[in-house]
Design a protein around this ligand. Structure first.
Ligand code: CMC
Length: 392
């Protein structure tokens, strides 16, 4: 076997073959199952898109109706999951709560039959149905309130906003939220999807697969960036401060949140759509003070870092959209997770179709034949550093 060059972050190394989605990072194109994201955002609902991602083709009217019906039926949570959530600290991050709840589903649905299409379908339905209920329930419980039961007369997105805000959402807000879910549903082999695939490749249960992906999505270099964008805009504070903020970032070599992407070297097509959705919301419900700062920052970053291909990614404008819907900042990443569950499940199903356990290699950089030191003669790492300093 020829030894490959080590690439930190596996940049450019194919880790799988997949027909689920495609990104052209130079032209800013994203397709799900060959269909352009703009067409799906305009014409398809999130559940229709999820069906496309997971089963490979757009559903017929009947297939979609059946899928929606099953999801409505499974939206409720076992009371024991709600009881478990009551024990979570209110100060805990909702992504940690979601990860724990997703993993807990494995306790209730422990039968594992990965070669049974009915089992796969039930797991898909259960996860798509229950994850939004978990996110909304934790939000209410941490305020000391009882969770709101799902409403069968509301569609997927309207029901989530209803459970979260305890009132029926404005139809435009619900429609835009649904588009946001479609935009976040899938994005080739990103960190959380890779995590899902590695976990899936061990043939564990789908709840463990989704729990591991949720944990990976939470980090600030991945899904967690959408929260940090709002914190950054708050820190900048005004359009006048944009250039000096950028100067400081470049001087300290710190990353500007919501910018840059391993694959896109132009503006992420999802950021363009999200910016437009934010403007639609501002037209109807009034503007957001931070929007002008965001636009000024986008321009300044393009001027200074455009030559490196650093442009807004999906996380840059999404927070401004969610804020307008009354979604708290620390729920932005759980909302991302609600959407990405469909992509993770699509990759889980694809992985099972041609599974081989992920077991890459490494380049060992340690020593060999090191002496075994008796416990009495050992120095702590800190002492060893002090000793080394005294010797120099
Ligand atoms: N601000 C300033 N410089 C940047 C940024 C940024 N946001 N992103 C990349 N760069 C520069 C980086 O300093 C480096 O420059 P040089 O070659 O001179 O050292 C070059 O671009 C390549 O950066 P990298 O960190 O090696 O790129 P990567 O592909 O390993 O990381 C990334 C991609 C998304 C983690 C990174 O762009 C980043 O940290 N962005 C900020 C966090 C963020 O917005 N994350 C959301 C990602 S998109 C949605 C998602 O995955 O959830």
């Amino acid at each position: 076997m020829t030894l490959c060059e080590y690439k930190p972050g596996l940049e450019g190394i194919p880790a799988t073959q997949s027909s689920i989605s495609f990104v052209d990072g130079k032209q800013g194109i994203l397709e799900y199952r060959g269909i352009n994201i703009e067409a799906l955002a305009k014409q398809s609902t999130f559940l229709e898109t999820s069906y496309l991602l997971i089963w490979g083709s757009l559903p017929t009217r009947q297939e979609l109706a059946d899928f929606e019906y099953e999801i409505r039926y499974h939206r409720r949570l076992k009371y024991r999951i709600r009881d478990m959530m009551k024990c979570f600290p209110e100060s805990g991050h909702p992504m940690d709560a979601l990860q724990a709840c997703a993993a807990a589903l494995g306790l209730f649905y422990s039968r594992r039959a990965l070669d049974d299409p009915a089992y796969i379908r039930a797991a898909v339905v259960r996860l798509l149905a229950k994850i939004p209920t978990m996110v909304a329930a934790f939000q209410l419980m941490r305020k000391g309130n009882d969770p709101v039961q799902p409403r069968d007369d509301l569609d997927y997105s309207a029901n989530f906003l209803y459970m979260l805000n305890e009132r029926e959402p404005d139809p435009l807000a619900a429609q835009i939220f649904d588009i946001c879910l479609t935009l976040h549903a899938e994005h080739t082999i990103n960190a959380s999807t890779f995590s899902a695939m590695v976990t899936a490749s061990t043939l564990t249960d789908p709840y463990a697969v989704i729990a591991s992906a949720v944990g990976t999505l939470a980090g600030p270099l991945h899904g967690g960036a959408n929260e940090e964008v709002i914190e950054m805009l708050e820190e900048i504070g005004s359009v006048e401060n944009v250039e000096s903020y950028l100067d400081r970032c470049l001087e300290n070599k710190s990353k500007i949140m919501g910018f840059g992407h391993r694959v896109y070297k132009v503006k992420d097509p999802r950021a363009t759509i999200l910016q437009d959705l934010a403007e639609q919301l501002f037209d109807k419900f009034g503007g957001d003070y931070y929007y002008d700062i965001a636009v000024a920052l986008e321009k300044a970053v393009a001027d200074r870092l455009g030559h490196k291909g650093i442009y807004p990614n999906v996380d840059f404008y999404s927070g401004l959209v969610y804020r307008k819907m009354g979604i708290p900042t620390d729920l932005f990443t759980p909302v991302f997770a609600i959407a990405r569950v469909s992509g993770w499940l699509a990759h889980w199903k694809e992985q099972l179709g041609e599974n081989r356990i992920f077991r890459p290699t490494q380049i060992y950089t340690g020593s060999h034949d090191a002496p075994y030191i008796d416990i009495e003669k050992r120095h702590s790492a800190a002492d060893a550093e002090i000793l080394a300093g005294m010797i120099h």
